[in-house]
Design a protein around this ligand. Structure first.
Ligand SMILES: Nc1ncnc2c1ncn2[C@@H]1O[C@H](COP(=O)(O)OP(=O)(O)O)[C@@H](O)[C@H]1O
Length: 194
């Protein structure tokens, strides 16, 4: 049976790097998808946005439609095997924070586990400054974003049956990747053969 593992982190915490490392360790057992990339691809195809920043500036209604399409895409991908899904549980927009997932998306993706990648607020700020990925449009409210994300994680958990796992990415990203790979591997081993 295939498993879907949702991985979330406040932008800059290192979730992408950790997911990429875990994917390599899992050696083909899981495919890595990034919800933001899928939404951006959909937005490009429909002429709605041409960058991640523009994506977060779309009307909430349009963001919802893109989220729905991304979930459908992921649902189709999960028919072919297990997925590591890098997403944001809480999205920062110029008008405030909005949920990165909806009940409808969760029902479509049906994750087996939700992993929150975490680090100290100051560490996240420093990583944003050092990174070339461009985090300039995010506000300084990293601590608040983290609080919302943690609240969102458990409220999403209540809507389904997935446990929430906390991963500390304060030190070596390689070690955090190995921990994520271990969780994903454990889930695969728990699954009954179908
Ligand atoms: N454990 C870590 N130690 C040091 N730097 C890290 C660690 N994890 C990530 N980084 C760095 O932090 C920056 C943001 O990481 P990235 O994976 O792009 O973040 P996210 O996907 O969470 O926005 C990158 O420059 C990355 O190399």
């Amino acid at each position: 049976m295939s498993e879907n593992v949702l991985v979330s982190g406040v932008p800059g915490v290192g979730a992408s790097r950790v997911c990429e490392g875990a994917r390599r360790e899992l050696d083909g057992e899981y495919t890595l998808l990034n919800v933001g990339d899928i939404m951006l691809q959909e937005a490009l195809e429909h002429g709605l946005a041409s960058s991640r920043e523009e994506l977060s500036r779309l009307r909430i209604r349009d963001q919802r439609a893109l989220q729905r399409r991304a979930a459908e895409h992921i649902g189709r991908e999960s028919d072919s095997g297990s997925l590591l899904i890098n997403t944001h549980l809480v999205v920062e927009t110029p008008l405030g924070y909005v949920p990165g997932m909806t009940g409808e998306m969760l029902a479509e993706i049906d994750p087996s586990a939700l992993v929150v990648v975490d680090a100290a607020t100051e560490t996240i700020r420093e990583r944003r400054e050092r990174s070339e990925r461009g985090y300039e449009h995010f506000s300084e409210s990293v601590g608040f974003h983290k609080q919302l994300q943690n609240a969102a994680a458990f409220s999403y958990s209540l809507q389904g049956t997935m446990p929430v796992y906390h991963l500390d990415n304060e030190d070596s990203a390689g070690e955090t990747s190995a921990q994520l790979a271990a969780i994903a591997g454990m889930l695969s081993n728990l699954s009954p053969e179908s």
